[in-house]
Design a protein around this ligand. Structure first.
Ligand SMILES: [Fe+2]
Length: 323
């Protein structure tokens, strides 16, 4: 497979405060160089037999491939970010930025600060859509550290020195200000519209219990902290609890094999939250049994380990006290 060079998107003579010479040199030498490097690496990889090639050779080539591919893609985004009136943020784009950053000004200050911080180390300042969260973030990356997984970048600012040294010398702050004045917001808006069409990763829902109401770890924390009446029941299997050392603060352990023996202790007017080790199966089955008996029961998604993973409070658990 050959990577094709993309035409220069922005029109260099329209960039206010940057010379065509700077843009042309950047496009030809740095972007063009990345595409050539990428194809040369791809040829080397294609010529290798992965079953016999030394691991360090494959590892190095794949690292170099990632760097060259990132450089290629981000340069294309960079040139496609320039050529407009940086002040004229379209209404829909301004609304999205305001939603995720508080205001366009705040976003602008954060993005500029991020870019200026790269003056020493070099890299890219990016505005990126994160499908899992359904929000925009600013991030700074390098060719070898590509940034947030699954993110879709819609605006890219090149902070490698080659991007500005002809016009600005070491004055990277003036270059950043010039970039901000020349952002093509119409093009950014177009990429944003495409990005939000990307589906987030599939939710991690246990299909078997897909219809069963659940609560999140955070919701349970809020219930417990606020003193809201709730019955939190740890239904980890007995064989598991015999080697467990801790239990969610505010929960009581009950044997999931003996629901009939303890169901009478519960109040039907107070919500019940059940959970087990990983937050499905046993915890869900218990919630199903309680719901059938008329309780307002839900299971806590993620269970004991998700609670611990977010440093939810726990207390010492004495398995000996169970018998
Ligand atoms: Fe560059």
């Amino acid at each position: 497979m050959r990577y094709q060079i993309a035409p220069l998107y922005c029109r260099p003579w329209t960039i206010n405060g940057m010379t065509p010479r700077q843009i042309e040199s950047h496009y030809e030498n740095n972007y063009g160089g990345a595409v050539l490097r990428l194809n040369a690496i791809a040829d080397e990889l294609a010529a290798l037999d992965p079953q016999t090639a030394p691991a360090h050779v494959i590892s190095r080539l794949k690292q170099e491939e990632m760097a060259a591919l990132n450089s290629t893609l981000l340069h294309e985004l960079y040139f496609a970010s320039l050529g407009g009136d940086g002040r004229a943020v379209p209404e829909a784009m301004a609304a999205a930025i305001t939603r995720d950053f508080g205001s366009v000004d705040r976003w602008r200050h954060e993005f500029i600060a991020l870019a200026n911080a790269l003056a020493v180390s070099a890299g890219w300042a990016l505005l990126t859509w994160v499908p899992r969260e359904g929000r925009l973030i600013n991030q700074s990356v390098s060719d070898t550290s590509p940034g947030v997984a699954g993110g879709i970048t819609i605006l890219a600012l090149d902070m490698y020195e080659h991007a500005y040294h002809l016009d600005f010398g070491a004055n990277s702050a003036a270059y950043v200000a010039t970039f901000m004045r020349n952002i093509d917001w119409g093009a950014v808006q177009g990429r944003y519209d495409d990005a939000i069409e990307a589906k987030p990763p599939r939710p991690l829902v246990q299909k078997e219990f897909g219809d069963l109401p659940s609560v999140t770890i955070d919701e349970v924390r809020v219930m417990l902290q606020s003193g809201e009446p709730v019955q939190v029941i740890d239904t980890r299997p007995r064989h598991y609890t015999s080697r467990a050392q801790d239990i969610v603060e505010g929960a009581v352990w009950r044997d999931p094999e003996r629901v009939d023996e303890w169901i009478g202790e519960l109040s039907k007017t107070t919500p019940v939250v059940t959970f087990c080790v990983y937050g499905f199966h046993i915890g869900c089955q218990t919630a199903v049994a309680l719901r059938k008996a008329g309780f307002d029961a839900r299971y806590m998604a993620g269970g004991h380990f998700a609670w611990k993973a977010v440093k939810g409070p726990v207390k010492l658990f004495d398995p000996a006290a169970l018998s």
